[in-house]
Design a protein around this ligand. Structure first.
Ligand code: HAM
Length: 418
């Protein structure tokens, strides 16, 4: 074919849409139960919004954004949803109506990464943000909600990795401790980590190279350097997660790829084989400085985003059922062209009565139409021949039981409903 989709994008075909809709419906149900309202946002924002929030020295902002234009007019496709959502919360004065607000948004995000299984350039997130509070109960609640969601969609094999990333109060001191501990080993570390040492030393803890991992395994951890605000906050979150049976693991070396985080950070990992290295099906954390950083008041916030494509992969691995919806569909079959006008009247009548209905537009034989009816999953066929045409009725067949009866058009929708 002369035209192919760009690398790292996919066409989500009708056969797969059922699973997507299932996932989105389940997400909406769970998020609603926990008090989140939906918000829809632009797919691109001013580039400086992302630089200011995600951080200038992050991989996302440095090399992964799709950016257009210059200066004040420069915009980028969103590499995540949080920054735009906080911008909208402030721009629409939501913080003035009531500071505490729970919001969610579902949609695509874009990152120019090297595509591989579970990693694409256009992917989709289920994003949840609770804005306006520093209460640790909310940290626990949001993690419990993510766990509930995964259980609901049949992704039983998952683990939640939790850490604290401190705050601007305690992080600078830990940064120095970490730098001091790493400095004698710098020459043995990969080039990327050598660059990160000055620019963003915490990212070194996330390096997957064996040589670097060996060194960072021995370095002091942040949880030993948390301040009097972050320490008790972290203890409370851990206590609550334990109490509500969330399958979590503390990992003092967990760092996230976005700079806005403070205190609680977490990642949700699929423990099924088959997702390979891209097994993070979600990630999030607290970002108590971001609302102020973007021009708003000093308010705390926490959120997470789940990756739809990776969840679908995990569901496939676990053979999770995506409840097939039973639909009351009628497939109208005609003997010849003479009955077509009447068939059209029948399907339009059914659709008006709220029933899904279909007929044949391709001049197929009756046998081929019956085959098409079978394939469509219709619960009924309505056969129309010359005699049905004459007395304005159909021969209604229940495809499951094989039961057949003649039904007049006037009472057809009622009969199907019954
Ligand atoms: P993130 O960890 O960068 O966090 O992304 C969240 C999830 O999006 C990942 O765990 C993964 O499932 C999915 N994801 C990320 N990149 C890709 C990709 N290239 N291909 C496929 N899936 C991907 C955030 O985006 C934060 N905004 C989360 C957050 C919300 N923190 C606070 N509030």
């Amino acid at each position: 074919m002369p035209y192919k989709r760009p690398q790292g994008t996919s066409d989500i075909l009708p056969e797969e849409i059922k699973k997507w809709r299932f996932l989105e419906e389940q997400a909406r149900e769970v998020f609603d139960r926990y008090g989140y309202d939906e918000i829809r946002l632009p797919l691109f924002e001013h580039t400086n919004l992302f630089a200011r929030s995600i951080g200038e020295a992050t991989d996302i902002v440095e090399k992964e954004m799709y950016t257009f234009g210059e200066g004040k007019n420069q915009v980028s496709f969103r590499p995540e949803i949080t920054a735009g959502l906080v911008r909208a919360y402030l721009e629409n004065n939501m913080h003035k109506q009531r500071a505490f607000r729970k919001l969610f948004s579902i949609g695509p995000a874009f990152r120019h990464e090297r595509p591989q299984k579970g990693r694409s350039r256009q992917f989709h997130q289920l994003d949840v943000e609770a804005l306006g509070t520093i209460d640790p109960h909310l940290d626990a609640e949001i993690i419990i909600m993510a766990h509930q969601f995964f259980k609901k969609v049949g992704v039983e094999n998952h683990e939640i990795i939790v850490n604290s990333t401190g705050c601007p109060g305690c992080r600078p001191a830990y940064r120095e401790v970490l730098k001091k501990a790493l400095s004698p080993h710098l020459a043995k570390m990969c080039e990327n980590c050598q660059n990160r040492y000055e620019r963003n030393v915490f990212r070194i803890l996330d390096c997957k190279k064996d040589a670097c991992k060996k060194i960072t395994a021995e370095t002091p951890v942040i949880t030993e350097h948390l301040c009097s605000s972050c320490g008790p906050h972290h203890d409370k979150v851990i206590e609550l997660l334990g109490k509500y049976n969330v399958p979590f693991k503390s990992d003092a070396r967990l760092v996230r790829g976005l700079d806005y985080y403070t205190k609680t950070v977490f990642e949700i990992i699929s423990t099924s084989d088959g997702l390979g290295s891209q097994n993070a099906i979600g990630g999030g954390g607290r970002y108590d400085g971001l609302i102020h950083e973007l021009g708003g008041p000093e308010l705390g916030a926490i959120g997470f985003a789940l990756g739809v494509e990776r969840i679908l992969l995990a569901m496939g691995e676990e053979n999770a059922a995506t409840a097939d919806q039973e639909i009351n569909m009628v497939y109208v079959v005609t003997r010849g062209d003479e009955e077509k006008d009447f068939a059209f009247e029948v399907i339009e009548g059914l659709r008006n009565a709220g029933i899904k209905a279909e007929m044949n537009y391709e001049g197929k034989s009756m046998k081929a139409q019956m085959k098409a009816a079978n394939k469509s999953g219709a619960r009924f066929t309505a056969v129309i021949g010359p005699s049905e045409l004459e007395n304005r009725s159909v021969n209604l067949k229940n495809m499951e039981t094989g039961e057949e009866k003649k039904v007049e058009l006037e009472i057809l929708a009622e009969a199907v409903d019954k």
